[in-house]
Design a protein around this ligand. Structure first.
Ligand code: ATP
Ligand code: IPE
Length: 259
């Protein structure tokens, strides 16, 4: 099984509130289907999540009553985004089912708790494709918080022990500097904890869950002796398909056993 996260930067336009990149999502769903792999899918929030979450500081937990309508609206927006992703997966021929974290998971001081994986495992056992996403999730200490798709990837990795974890974004991989602002930046084909300390990764668009640096840390934590984690560019046609088929493609890999 391969765990795949479709990042908010590829499934939405992160600079425009609630803008869905239907064309890219349609193509990526087809690439996943055509690869023939067994997948569990996670997606991010992009402009359906981060814009309002940032405006109302939802990532810091409950501090004032004015946040409550915003928390409800972000949950609503995320469900709309999730249904659009599910619709594209169904059209591509994948039996996708929604597993909304805000209704089935809890957090404890920002840490995602998933005591009972029965719902997820039951879906997979039946041959359904669970689709989980970044969401507003209730928090035992903070009232609520924002759970990122990357946090979900880490928890699902423990539940499913996948052979590979793939993060699909809109960049070729990790660079020594943000490639969108620094044309001469160099792609790093492999990342290690030591290398990550030297990388510059400012967040230029609204992102309440940490950007590419936090993603790399998640990837490094998710590796095991038999599992690599890969960051790949989903805006290049066919690249995700080739990676899933086992070909070597332009990307950044956190290699199994990286410390
Ligand atoms: P996630 O959605 O899980 O956050 P994402 O697809 O939205 O995934 P981002 O967290 O937005 O991805 O990370 C990708 C963005 O990070 C790129 O669009 C890029 O401009 C920016 N970035 C900043 N610094 C770097 C860097 N050193 N290497 C690669 N990308 C970088
Ligand atoms: C964010 O999830 C979810 C919300 C803001 C509600 P992610 O942090 O995984 O989203 P992206 O992939 O960075 O957009």
């Amino acid at each position: 099984m391969i765990l795949i996260k479709l990042g908010g930067s590829i499934i939405t336009d992160k600079t425009q509130y609630r803008t869905f990149n239907r064309g890219a999502v349609r193509r990526l769903c087809k690439e996943i289907k055509d690869s023939g792999i067994d997948a569990v899918i996670v997606h991010g929030g992009g402009s359906f999540g981060h814009v309002l979450a940032k405006e109302h500081s939802l990532q810091n937990g409950y501090t004032e009553p004015s946040q409550i309508p915003a928390a409800a609206k972000v949950q609503y927006d995320m469900r709309e985004l999730n249904l659009m992703v599910i619709s594209e997966l169904l059209d591509a021929g994948m039996p996708a089912v929604s597993v909304p974290p805000g209704s089935c998971f809890m957090m404890d001081d920002g840490k995602l708790i998933l005591d009972d994986p029965e719902v997820l495992l039951s879906a997979s056992r039946l041959g359904l494709t669970p689709v989980v996403f970044g969401d507003v999730v209730f928090d035992r200490r903070k009232g609520f918080g924002i759970c990122s798709g990357d946090q979900i990837m880490e928890v699902l990795c423990r539940i499913y022990d996948p052979e590979k974890a793939v993060f699909v974004s809109d960049v070729d991989g990790l660079f020594d500097k943000d490639p969108k602002k620094n044309p001469g930046s160099k792609l790093l084909p492999e990342v290690t904890w030591d290398l990550l300390k030297t990388v510059s990764s400012d967040i230029s668009v609204d992102d309440v869950t940490g950007g590419v640096g936090a993603k790399m840390e998640s990837m490094l934590r998710m590796t095991s002796s038999k599992r690599d984690c890969v960051l790949v560019n989903g805006s290049v046609e066919g690249r995700l398909y080739s990676l899933l088929k086992g070909d070597k493609v332009i990307s950044t890999t956190a290699k199994g056993g990286s410390k």
